[in-house]
Design a protein around this ligand. Structure first.
Ligand SMILES: Nc1ncnc2c1ncn2[C@@H]1O[C@H](COP(=O)(O)OP(=O)(O)OP(=O)(O)O)[C@@H](O)[C@H]1O
Ligand SMILES: [Mg+2]
Length: 367
């Protein structure tokens, strides 16, 4: 199950129902969940995959943009069905022959998460479908319904959390114990404001819920209230507000992270946030890489130790805003992840602000 998953009964029931129905028919069936970024497609697919596990073999594959399918099949697909050993296919053709054989022996549900409507991807998905033996199933998640029509999958549109369910969803995300009078007094007002002023997009509700969970340690309730005092509709607006709310907590060194034109007037944490756009999709990133980017910038004369302090402190601020998630630390190197819509925002805004594509300075190419 995804971390902090809050069941959304209706969508879960509908997707499971279709899978069960198709399973009983016995042919290869495919369906897809579509909806905007941050609406909970991956979470839903993971929950559904989890529930189907006892009934058939389930393989969960993260596809993403421009996927290297051969590498995905060798490293994440094959090991699932062949006791953890990595595949060494050199041609997709051989993968399909193997897949056809193995699905004759066992029924498999293949979840293809985050598929984009690219010509080569669609071709490969067709080949995969053709290779499957009867009784196996495909479940896609994608932002575009168009892709589902192209691969002839039954579309299921996942929407935002309906108004009547928002409060419960939010309370569960924040794991609030409303029986406790103190918790109730502290959180009800702000919780209600959040519900009223957001449009029910799960990523936004969960983000604010995580703020609340952290209490006043990270971002103060007042700051949070200020951020959401006017309606927030959609992830773009939410990210824009979160971006404007970022500020460094101490100022032991006054520096620009990158050689920005002064008129940009971004503070240190905002600059660091925009740097995150250079990391590749769906990958973890490490604080040491950011430290290297800082060191490469000829505008910074701080010592290595100071750079490390700045990077750690500012990453912590981003984590307190739930824009990135801390994973682990190893020898002073911190590993984080971020959601793809957060990265996409950082990339888009970074390109507008830094023009790093054109300038080639510090990051002429994506890391
Ligand atoms: N059922 C849920 N319970 C708790 N949190 C959820 C749920 N669904 C979504 N979220 C929150 O919303 C975020 C986005 O969800 P998810 O990654 O599933 O979106 P998505 O629709 O797959 O987006 P994308 O199109 O960018 O891949 C999650 O990281 C989580 O914080
Ligand atoms: Mg997703």
């Amino acid at each position: 199950m995804p971390t902090g998953y809050v069941a959304r009964d209706d969508p879960e029931k509908k997707v499971l129902e279709i899978l069960e129905r198709e399973k009983s028919v016995g042919i290869v069936s495919s369906q897809g969940i579509h909806g905007p970024g941050g609406v909970g497609k991956t979470y839903l697919a993971q929950a559904v995959a989890w529930k189907m596990r006892g009934k058939m073999e389930v393989v969960f594959v993260e596809v993403g943009t421009n996927p290297n399918m051969l590498s995905i099949m060798n490293s994440s697909f094959y090991p699932y069905l062949e006791n953890g050993t990595k595949g060494n296919f050199t041609e997709l053709e051989d993968v399909w022959i193997w897949l056809s054989k193995i699905t004759k022996k066992k029924k498999v549900l293949i979840v293809l998460d985050d598929v984009w409507s690219e010509k080569t991807t669609i071709q490969i998905l067709w080949q995969m479908r053709e290779a499957l033996s009867d009784g196996s199933q495909l479940l896609y998640t994608t932002r575009t319904k168009d892709l589902l029509l192209k691969v002839k999958a039954t579309p299921y549109e996942l929407g935002v959390v309906p108004e009547a369910e928002r409060w419960d969803f939010f309370v569960n995300c924040a794991a609030l114990n409303l029986e406790d009078e103190q918790v109730k007094a502290n959180t009800e007002q702000i919780g209600k404001a959040i519900i009223e002023n957001t449009d029910g997009l799960p990523i936004i509700l969960d983000n604010y819920a995580q703020h609340l969970k952290q209490g006043t340690e990270g971002v103060s309730f007042q700051d949070l209230l200020n951020q959401i005092k006017d309606e927030v509709t959609g992830s773009e607006q939410w990210l824009e507000r979160s971006f404007h709310a970022l500020k460094p907590s101490t100022n032991f060194i006054d520096c620009d992270v990158l050689s920005l034109p002064k008129s940009n007037d971004l503070n240190r944490v905002q600059q660091l946030f925009l740097c995150l756009g250079v990391f590749k999709d769906d990958e973890r990133f490490r604080s040491s890489v950011l430290e290297t980017i800082y060191k490469l910038s000829d505008e910074i004369n701080a010592s290595e130790e100071d750079i490390k302090k700045i990077v750690h402190e500012d990453l912590n601020i981003l984590a307190n805003h739930s824009l990135i998630k801390f994973i682990h630390e190893q020898n002073g190197d911190l590993t984080y992840t971020m959601h793809d819509i957060v990265r996409e925002y950082a990339l888009k805004k970074g390109e507008q602000t830094f023009r790093y594509k054109e300038s080639g300075r510090c990051f002429g190419h994506r890391l």
